[in-house]
Design a protein around this ligand. Structure first.
Ligand code: MG
Ligand code: MG
Length: 273
């Protein structure tokens, strides 16, 4: 198995991944600025693609295994991998925006979930808890820990403490010259299990958390992953570099969260609970 060893990235490689992540965040921040009831996923996708291309990047998802768009837009019972379509978004929708970009041969990947106002406290709590669980996982992405320490931190916070469903079929991943590289980074697992994390591994951590049960299925479009019970789901993602003190976030969401504060059409999960 030593041929399969996961290679730490150099400082130059991490800088390139961070550059891609910065463009991804700008694309999602633009979505945060313009999303409102009445707009369509197709419109948001086109806008995000323009942001990425104007900054010199190529959308990473478009054409990936045949995926037809630049964003994955997953609404309500859709967990991830939703294909942007012509349906108008409406009040109360829970909208996950997942975006990837590549520039200088290195990929960046990040996701954020928006709730179109008004939504109940149940939805705000789901989004807030899922987002917080991402940071619990990132705190465990430190040298000497194991993958299972990240996984357990997310599962403990969401499933054990809050009775949400952690999706089992999809996981986080290594990232670099490919969008998806080893290792897998599940959102469930046991402390002290799995590969030992090495300094400067770059990984995408991405909790996919269901309000109801964990079970999901794939839609007939062969992409969209949906909850079996039809309840909403949330998804937040950061690309991070493993460091001594925990994961260094390469896809800082501050720009997205600043746009949220200025967009009265979406709930501000940092202020509403
Ligand atoms: Mg992603
Ligand atoms: Mg990802």
């Amino acid at each position: 198995m030593f041929n399969n060893r996961i290679r730490p990235k150099t400082a130059e490689e991490i800088a390139k991944i961070k550059e891609s992540c910065t463009i991804v965040v700008k694309a999602i921040a633009h979505v945060a600025k313009i999303i409102k009831p009445g707009v369509t996923g197709l419109y948001l996708d086109k806008e995000a693609e323009t942001v990425m291309r104007d900054l010199g990047a190529v959308p990473a998802f478009k054409g990936y295994n045949g995926f037809p768009a630049s964003l994955c837009i997953s609404v309500n019972a859709a967990v991830v991998h939703g294909i942007p379509n012509a349906t108008e978004l409406k009040e109360g929708d829970v909208v996950s925006i997942d975006c990837g970009a590549v520039i200088n041969e290195y990929f960046g990947d990040s996701a954020y979930t928006f709730a179109l106002a008004p939504v109940g406290e149940e939805i705000i709590r789901l989004l807030k808890t899922t987002n917080e669980s991402l940071y619990k996982g990132i705190a465990q992405a430190k040298v000497g820990n194991r993958i299972g320490d990240i996984s357990y931190a997310i599962q403990e916070y969401t499933e054990l403490n809050n009775k949400y469903g952690v999706v089992r079929e999809l996981v986080g991943h290594g990232i670099g010259k490919r969008l998806h590289e080893p290792p897998d980074v599940p959102n469930f697992g046991k402390r002290g299990n799995g590969l030992r994390l090495e300094e400067n591994w770059t990984i995408a951590i991405e909790p996919m958390i269901n309000l109801g049960k964990k079970d999901v299925y794939q839609a007939k479009d062969h992409w969209t992953i949906l909850t079996r019970d039809g309840k909403p789901s949330a998804h937040f993602e950061h690309t991070v570099a493993v460091k001594q003190g925990g994961g260094e976030i390469l896809s800082d969401h501050t720009e997205i969260e600043n746009e949220i504060k200025n967009n009265g059409n979406i709930m501000n999960i940092s202020e509403n609970i």
